[in-house]
Ligand binder design. Structure first.
Ligand code: PLP
Length: 716
């Protein structure tokens, strides 16, 4: 493909000749899902590696030159370095990827993937939660499979916020400081050496965005950024934060992503054969594509026919109010110059996204995306049912079951989420081909080859790693002199590595019911403090800064963590991010999820847990309703739907406590000698591994997208 840009790397590191490609490696995110590559940095200086949030560029700027020189002269480091570089070159140079082998006829096509957020790594916090992590995993997997995807999104200069908890458990928000020179962000320029920019029209002005690039293995991800000097102060801030509650900022961002994103790809020389919108935030891209056809002389109706066939839309939001929508006055303010370019009247334009709500007429981005995409999907089977019901009004002459929204259940990227030790175990016992074929159930039927005690050793190692992390964080907090003793207890200094440990971490949105576990606090305390079979609970998560009920839930958890009666066994880890997520899903014994059914469209953190042998204990919502087979974890509640949420909460809480007390705790402690394994528990871990990871991986997910959505579009 002929691209019209050149990459410029801002940094030239002073590295010893023998290992000078560490700089190049830092600019390709391939290293983040290849632990042996990551270890080339980490082993040079562990403390520094932690201090710079696992950011290799900041790391290479700060690491002492002697450490680099010692490594360059060390035979075993050299050997590891050479092995990683050989692997990296083979990966990047591979012309025989899965996609190239299976679909040689499409290998020169391009597929665009648009998302409001990409969660790739803890050092790049421009994601808020599950949606972003999914986008990030989508790109990593596309790279592994050799799918010719190109990503489009935003750089958020202030990232998502950082979280601090006050002594009284109140969430305070901090700002991430983004230094371009410390990020693996590649500057791209045109043939004259000028930065590549795109512009979009907003009311009474034009906004320019600079286009940057991240290299995600073989996949390029382009990111728009308005902080450049040509824009006024407010416009500079357009790409500083995720999910503003101000509708005018929001629509400006969405115009920039949808319309500006199409223009950016054109300018870069891309001509995608299909356009995948991950959630409705990028839905304006459908209009920009239609505008291009209209500008070339086509009637709007023909243009729509053409773009519909190659637009793909994934919806994630099961709650009507959670969908992006704007009052009509905002559309009148932002689009009056645009409908003319589509040869549409105002009324015709508004009809494309119109949704009548009880509070009035709105212009809805999912409605626009649904109207203009032939292929649409929800993100789990149950969510498919919910989505077909929710959007049935757009197809009034069809039955609910005939609403054309398919479902493709989410997955997680195995290379990124699997603990290194567990990966070594799989390398040894699942066969050399396991990673290549990880979406085949047969691979996972080999779990019995792994000796129980080796598996248990790895599980214990991961729990120790999590607990050590919590304790070291607590120590830093304590050392700062700003932390009350009770807070240091809540940080986790009293955690012990032999107790059954439950993890719960996610956004503190109210439907996720983070405090369901606390609904019978006395009973919980009894379980926690049982001397023979103690229970530990580690929680983490952020509430949206404007979500007061979410913040109150954090406070409730935090107060329980500080309460002397919970004896240091309830812990709240501050500042949930990709790093703590990884430690948690790998390190706890049980991963709990308590959404109010059916509000969890899919959920993915439980998949990450399952992959690492952490057992799920969850409401039968989203993915777990498909994953649970009766013996690979536990269910909370059943599939009954309740009209009264209070009744649902009560029933679910009763089920939660009973299963915990009568099944989970006794099974874990079935063997009581310190540190010894419960063989029933290990059998369950193996059943979990046999049944879940192959299915709930992005490997399976991307192939499903390919078959159901991408191939039909490519064949148009
Ligand atoms: C996986 C992940 C999520 C999504 O988790 P759910 O349980 O699906 O909500 C959110 N945040 C982070 C940091 C994650 O890693």
């Amino acid at each position: 493909m002929a691209n019209n840009f050149r990459k410029e790397f801002p940094n030239h590191f002073h590295l010893p000749e023998r290992i000078n490609r560490l700089g190049e490696l830092a600019y390709n995110l391939w290293w983040i899902w290849n632990p042996s590559a990551m270890r080339l940095y980490l082993q040079l200086d562990r403390r520094l590696w932690e201090k710079v949030t696992h950011n290799p560029i900041a790391f290479l700027h700060q690491v002492e030159i002697e450490k680099l020189e010692n490594a360059a002269a060390d035979a075993s480091y050299q050997e590891e370095y050479d092995r990683v570089m050989t692997e990296f070159d083979a990966y990047m140079g591979n012309t025989n990827s899965w996609f190239a082998r299976e679909y040689p006829q499409f290998k020169d096509r391009q597929m665009a993937y648009f998302s409001f957020e990409f969660g790739l790594h803890e050092s790049m916090p421009f994601y808020a939660g599950g949606l972003g992590i999914l986008s990030g995993d989508h790109l990593k997997e596309a790279s592994d499979l050799g799918m010719p995807i190109v990503g489009m999104g935003f750089i958020y200069k202030q990232g998502y916020f950082t979280q601090k908890i006050t002594e009284d458990g109140w969430q305070e928000t901090g700002t991430f400081h983004f230094e371009f020179e410390e990020m693996p962000i590649i500057s791209i320029v045109d043939e004259n050496g000028d930065a590549i920019t795109v512009s979009v029209d907003l009311p009474e002005r034009t906004v320019n965005a600079r286009v940057w690039m991240l290299q995600v293995g073989r996949v390029p991800l382009f990111l728009l950024d308005t902080s450049n000097s040509g824009n006024d102060k407010n416009d500079k801030a357009l790409t500083s934060r995720l999910y503003s509650s101000d509708p005018e900022i929001r629509i400006s961002q969405e115009i920039l992503l949808g319309i500006g994103g199409v223009r950016a790809l054109r300018k870069l020389g891309y001509d995608p054969s299909l356009w995948h919108m991950n959630e409705g935030h990028s839905a304006f891209l459908t209009l920009e594509r239609a505008r291009e056809f209209v500008a070339s002389g086509m009637a709007f109706s023909d243009a729509v026919e053409k773009v519909r066939k190659t637009n793909i839309f994934t919806t994630h939001t099961p709650v009507p109010a959670g969908n992006d929508q704007f009052p009509i006055w905002i559309i009148d303010k932002y689009f009056p110059g645009y409908w003319g370019q589509l040869n549409l009247t105002r009324e015709q334009f508004l009809d494309l996204g119109k949704q009548t709500q009880s509070w009035g007429e709105m212009f809805s981005l999912p409605v626009l995306a649904l109207h203009l995409s032939e292929r649409t999907n929800a993100v789990s089977e149950l969510h498919g049912d919910v989505a077909r019901k929710m959007w049935n009004f757009l197809w009034p002459d069809r039955k609910e079951s005939e609403v054309p929204i398919q479902s493709i259940t989410n997955g997680v990227h195995v290379g990124f989420w699997l603990a290194r030790r567990m990966r070594l175990l799989f390398d040894r016992y699942l066969g050399a081909d396991w990673f290549e074929n990880l979406d085949e159930p047969e691979i996972w039927s080999r779990m019995d080859h792994i000796p129980d005690l080796e598996l248990w050793d790895v599980r214990r190692h991961m729990k120790r790693k999590l607990i050590n992390y919590a304790i070291e964080e607590a120590r830093d907090h304590w050392q700062s002199g700003k932390r009350a003793p009770s807070q240091v207890i809540a940080d986790g200094v009293m955690l012990d590595q032999y107790s059954l440990t439950i993890g719960f971490a996610r956004r503190f949105a109210t439907y996720k019911r983070a405090t369901l576990l606390f609904s019978d606090y006395k009973r919980l305390l009894r379980l926690i403090t049982n001397k023979d079979m103690p229970l530990q609970i580690i929680m983490a998560g952020k509430a949206h800064p404007a979500d007061e009920p979410g913040k109150l839930m954090i406070q409730k958890v935090y107060r329980a963590a500080k309460d002397f009666r919970s004896s240091g066994r309830i812990v709240f880890l501050e500042d949930y991010d990709l790093n703590t997520a990884r430690l948690l899903v790998q390190g706890v014994d049980v991963w709990m999820n308590t959404p109010r059914r059916p509000n969890e469209a899919s959920g993915t953190s439980g998949m990450k847990a399952a992959l690492n042998g952490t057992l799920n204990f969850s409401v039968l919502d989203g993915w777990w309703r498909e994953g649970f087979n009766g013996s690979n974890g536990w269910a909370i509640g059943d599939e009954t739907d309740y009209d009264d949420p209070n009744v649902q909460d009560e029933k679910d809480a009763a089920s939660l406590y009973n299963t915990l007390e009568n099944e989970i705790i006794p099974m874990y402690y079935q063997t009581r000698a310190m540190g010894d394994a419960s063989f029933q528990w290990l059998a369950k871990i193996k059943e979990n591994m046999r049944s879940l990871p192959w299915q709930f991986s992005t490997r399976r997910m991307l192939k499903e997208y390919l078959h159901k959505m991408y191939l039909p579009a490519l064949e148009e």
